[in-house]
Design a binder for this molecule. Structure first.
Ligand SMILES: [Mg+2]
Length: 403
């Protein structure tokens, strides 16, 4: 076995699992949302809103993340719809990360429900890494009530690929000597960081599997796809990805992104996704008692081109609405109307402070909004997330609604 050992931990259907775990914790006889077609998203009554997460039993109905609830209901009329509860997600995510830190020397949080653990050198402590991964997976299930997949390998890319194999509640290994048998037969779309139109282009050259790419002529790839083609080629051969983790505690940042399983072309749907991401990030800030003063948005198109834009705020904040308004401005500035594959929200320059420096243009709005957020947090705490919804979840406008 390799010297370096990396685990990639990924909560199965995270938002839905967190909700299911809470319901079962409160009532052991409650319906387990993971066993039926169910989604997290906005509002059945008004049939508005979009799918933010889905249970594994929705698979035969081909429901996708980012799809309007109304179209998901057409595919599956018995679909259960659960309102998002970002405070709950942050609570579970924080607990999980703290728990992982008690075992691993280095924990790199990759998203709200994913983390890389550098387990190099822990064999003398925990024994065989693969056996330990099984033990860790079972302990997480026992302790938190939700399941994870764990990918075990010698680098981040392969560990991430491995955790994506059969779900849920599984441990998979993908060491370099297993690439040929376990990774190369997979369709080219399954390679991490390969976008939809890039994979279409690969297929037009007869590159249909990851193995086809790994064994393609590098000169041909370079001629056709330049830098992107070459890095995909290296990944197909098991070379690691460069992930930028923020190890600098002095510049604490928070981010969240989501890959949309159907490409988004409607600005209203994009903004609902951005609101959901902002809610998660802002809930984490409030949980940690932090405020931020730099906001950025990331748009990845179907050709895997990334565009991002950031701006500084007049003063530090952790108010969802203030961050979200800036995110929307950045998005409107940045988006060129090409179909969107992934959206991300990041905030940085976090400071632990209770002092809000009033800026000249603020008319007391911040204080009102700040009180609104903590009031919403409290009401949600008391009555559950169904009790309050932001207006945009209630009244999203689709392109068709605009006349
Ligand atoms: Mg997950």
């Amino acid at each position: 076995m390799a010297d370096n050992i990396i685990f990639h931990i990924d909560v199965n259907s995270a938002f839905l699992s967190f909700e299911a775990a809470r319901r079962l914790h409160e009532d052991p006889n409650a319906l387990d949302l993971r066993t039926v077609p169910a989604v997290v998203g906005g509002d059945k009554e008004s049939r508005h809103g979009i799918v933010l997460a889905k249970s594994i039993p929705t698979k035969p109905y081909k429901i996708t993340t980012g799809e309007p609830i109304v179209s998901a209901l057409k595919k599956c009329p018995s679909l259960l719809i659960v309102k998002p509860d970002y405070r709950l997600y942050v609570e579970y995510s924080t607990k999980l990360m703290e728990y992982l830190k008690s075992y691993a020397p280095v924990v790199e949080q990759f998203s709200i429900d994913e983390a890389f653990l550098d387990m190099t050198g822990t064999r003398s402590l925990y024994g065989d890494p693969v056996e330990f991964a099984h033990k860790l997976k079972d302990e997480i299930k026992e302790r938190f009530g939700f399941t994870v997949n764990i990918g075990v390998s010698e680098n981040h890319l392969l560990a991430k690929m491995a955790s994506d194999f059969e779900k849920p509640d599984r441990v998979h290994t993908l060491f370099k000597d297993e690439i040929k048998t376990k990774m190369w037969p997979l369709p080219i779309e399954d390679l991490f960081f390969v976008g939809r139109s890039q994979s279409t282009a690969f297929r037009s050259l007869g590159i249909n599997t990851i193995g086809d790419l790994a064994n393609a002529d590098p000169a041909l790839l370079n001629a056709h796809f330049k830098k992107n083609g070459m890095s995909a080629y290296r990944h197909a051969n098991g070379e690691d990805i460069n992930l930028d983790f923020d190890h600098d505690a002095d510049n604490k940042s928070y981010s969240n992104s989501t890959t949309l399983s159907s490409d988004v072309t409607s600005p209203d749907i994009a903004k609902q996704v951005l609101l959901s991401l902002t809610e998660t990030v802002a809930a984490r800030l409030r949980h940690d008692n932090m405020k931020i003063s730099v906001v950025s948005v990331l748009i990845r198109d179907t050709d895997f081109n990334d565009r991002s834009k950031q701006t500084s705020l007049y003063s530090a904040t952790n108010v969802t609405d203030e961050i979200y308004r800036t995110i929307c401005l950045l998005f409107d500035n940045l988006w060129d109307h090409s179909p969107i594959r992934l959206l991300g929200v990041a905030v940085s320059k976090a400071v632990e402070t209770d002092i809000y420096q009033m800026n000249l243009f603020d008319d007391g709005r911040h204080e009102k909004l700040s009180r609104l957020d903590s009031a919403l947090d409290k009401v949600r705490e008391k009555y559950g997330d169904d009790s309050v919804k932001r207006a945009v979840f209630l009244k999203p406008r689709s392109d068709k609604d605009k006349s």
